[in-house]
Design a protein around this ligand. Structure first.
Ligand SMILES: Nc1ncnc2c1ncn2[C@@H]1O[C@H](COP(=O)(O)OP(=O)(O)OP(=O)(O)O)[C@@H](O)[C@H]1O
Length: 305
């Protein structure tokens, strides 16, 4: 696989309409998917996430713009709706992914066994897909995509219906694949699952790109401040409060101060040390979920369009 500037797959100013009139489902959206990254595609229901994924896969009719792919890059997709070969058994569905990757014989079977194990379906391998639960069928689709082991994973709401342990395990497998150089584009409303693993965020709002950048920049943009709490082993005095610029009382034994999201705070720490009696410094960092909530609030109020 060769790539251009680390980019494996990209969209340039895509506009897609499902009907001739009315607002486009995707409006002038650009996106780069780079090797080794996990890229979260976020947005409310109907924001255009699936449409963008379909466009990247070459499955949407473009009004304008273009999709580019570096030479030899293989793209794998796990759809939001169930796409399973119901005429094949569980193991053979996964084997299909390994064969599409070019593996044959024992190595294909081994690859299929490995991913069935990774998604916790080894014991269901001899079954037919209709004998699986909804969550297991979802895992089967993911297993097939993992067996294909593409350079770019396009995963549309892959965690719906999965239990917490399986979700975490799958996120770990995706992280491992990205560390080996694959790229992952994942849409999800389950921010707690992707919270610690996404490097890059693109946020869509009504078909338009409202944000694209790294995770830290996203949080800083929508929740610009963290709260730091200085806890004392004694009541806070007026001198303490005056000594920490911008602080407020946080109960009898604590001061609270707002600092820029994610920023180092050496001055505040040395100030705390000089006050005497500070026994704990607790920083409440904003999460991806906080930032998305704040972003959706602002988008509801018209910002970001
Ligand atoms: N086949 C279609 N025909 C007509 N309109 C469509 C079609 N598919 C999607 N749309 C419309 O395009 C817009 C974007 O839909 P899309 O499925 O891309 O959103 P999404 O962000 O993936 O939403 P969700 O989070 O609910 O999955 C929506 O307004 C939707 O109603």
């Amino acid at each position: 696989m060769a790539h251009i500037d680390g980019r494996l797959l990209w969209a340039e100013r895509l506009t897609v309409s499902y009907r001739a009139s009315g607002r486009p489902a995707l409006d002038d959206v650009s996106l780069d998917i780079s090797a080794g990254s996990i890229h979260g595609l976020l947005g409310r229901n109907g924001a255009g996430k699936s449409t963008l994924m379909h466009a990247l896969l070459g499955m949407a009719r473009l009004d304008s713009g273009r999709v580019g792919r570096s030479p030899g890059v293989r793209v794998g997709w796990c759809a939001q709706k169930l796409v399973i070969d119901w005429f094949l058994g569980v193991h053979d569905n996964v084997l299909l992914g390994a064969r599409l990757r070019g593996l044959t014989g024992r190595s294909a079977r081994r690859a299929a066994d490995e991913v069935l194990d990774a998604v916790g379906l080894s014991d269901k391998a001899p079954r037919d897909p209709e004998e699986l639960s909804g969550g297991e069928q979802q895992r089967l689709m993911l297993a097939r995509t993992l067996a294909f082991d593409p350079d770019v994973y396009i995963l549309d709401e892959p965690f719906v219906g999965l239990d917490a342990l399986v979700k975490r395990g799958l996120m770990g497998v995706l992280r491992e694949r990205s560390t080996r150089g694959s790229a992952v584009l994942v849409s999800s409303h389950e921010l707690d699952v992707v919270e610690h693993d996404v490097d890059h965020i693109t946020l869509l709002d009504g078909g338009r790109r409202a944000f694209s950048g790294d995770r830290g920049a996203f949080i800083a943009r929508f929740v610009p401040m963290d709260t730091v709490r200085l806890v004392f082993d004694r009541p806070v005095t007026a001198d303490d409060e005056a000594g920490v610029a911008g602080s407020r009382l946080g109960g009898a034994n604590a001061l609270e101060v707002e600092v820029p999201s994610g920023s180092p705070i050496p001055d505040l720490l040395s100030m705390a040390a000089s006050l005497g009696g500070v026994i704990d410094v607790v920083r409440t960092a904003s999460t991806l979920g906080d930032a998305v909530e704040a972003a959706y609030d602002r988008m509801g109020a018209g910002e970001g369009r």
